[in-house]
Design a protein around this ligand. Structure first.
Ligand code: COA
Length: 260
């Protein structure tokens, strides 16, 4: 499939998704959201893929937010629809993807850009990254999950500070806050993500899928995360991966998982 606003590449079990509108600091317009949605749907369906590295084109921005020029004239109903469709088509899809998504935050991650990075399972930032949710400075609030995912990651107090001040924080501070997992130089960013992806790919894809479901269950309304863990734990016992992992341990060899 060909895309206008993203680059999509596959290398050794990893899908590389790069938002590619560098002259607009990779801002998320509707078409980009649709293309990302299609790319992530195809990744979910491809059993050969085990991890995803999501980044922005150029050296300046991961994503500088939703496309302000596109939504500036929207009505209440259009605004609501923009948010609802974004949640459903992209941000929830990324969060619930069965393969770990690593966001390589290579510069500005603002508004919808930080929201996209927060929907990913893991975030690694380059030391030039600047992160923030500046929506209230535009008279709007985060609409792609930011009011929910930011407090989950950094706690309610820091989330109130970041959202109401509309301020940006640097990569080092973001690491201290727990908003990103690690900070490296820009040159080291993709290699660091690839190193982590390599470690992930040594493990059972089926067990990883179950772990993602169980971790996400904690944040789902009306769902008891402990009950979800019990269900997912039990499910693992019916997989080929479990048989292979336990046999390999007993036979003192490295497992070779099929993801079945
Ligand atoms: N939506 C639409 N266009 C955007 C954008 C966004 N969120 N962020 C940047 N751009 C565009 C700029 O309009 C400019 O386009 P132009 O050359 O056609 O005028 C281009 O990207 C480069 O941005 P510019 O502002 O010139 O770069 P800068 O280095 O001076 O500033 C930022 C960088 C990130 C501080 C600034 O672009 C900014 O504040 N962007 C908006 C961030 C934001 O509020 N995001 C939340 C949206 S809900």
């Amino acid at each position: 499939m060909s895309y206008n606003n993203i680059l999509f590449e596959i290398k050794q079990g990893t899908a590389y998704v790069t938002i590619n509108r560098p002259d607009q600091l990779n801002a998320l317009n509707k078409e980009t959201i649709q293309e990302l949605s299609s790319a992530f749907t195809s990744i979910e369906e491809n059993n050969d893929l085990k991890t995803v590295i999501l980044t922005g084109s150029g050296e300046k921005a991961f994503v500088a937010g939703a496309d302000i020029k596109e939504f500036a004239g929207f009505s209440i109903e259009e605004g609501k629809l923009l948010s609802a469709e974004g949640h459903q088509k992209l941000f929830n899809l990324v969060e619930n993807l069965s393969k770990p998504v690593i966001a390589a935050v290579n510069g500005f991650a603002l508004g919808g850009g930080l929201e996209l990075a927060m929907a990913a399972h893991i975030r690694i930032a380059s030391d030039n990254a600047k992160l923030g949710l500046p929506e209230v400075s535009l008279g709007v609030i985060p609409g792609y999950g930011g009011t929910q995912r930011l407090p989950q990651l950094v706690g309610k107090g820091k989330a109130f500070e970041m959202i109401t001040s509309a301020g940006m924080i640097g990569a080092e501070e973001a690491e201290k806050w727990g908003l990103v997992n690690a900070v490296v130089t820009l040159e080291e960013l993709i290699p660091a993500c690839e190193k982590l992806a390599g470690k992930i790919m040594r493990n059972s894809p089926k067990a990883i899928e179950s772990a993602i479901n169980a971790i996400n269950a904690q944040y789902r309304e009306g769902v008891d995360g402990f009950v979800a863990e019990i269900t997912e734990f039990g499910k693992c016992f019916g997989t080929d991966d479990f048989k292979e992992g336990t046999s390999a341990f007993m036979e003192k060899r490295k497992p070779s998982f099929t993801g079945k």
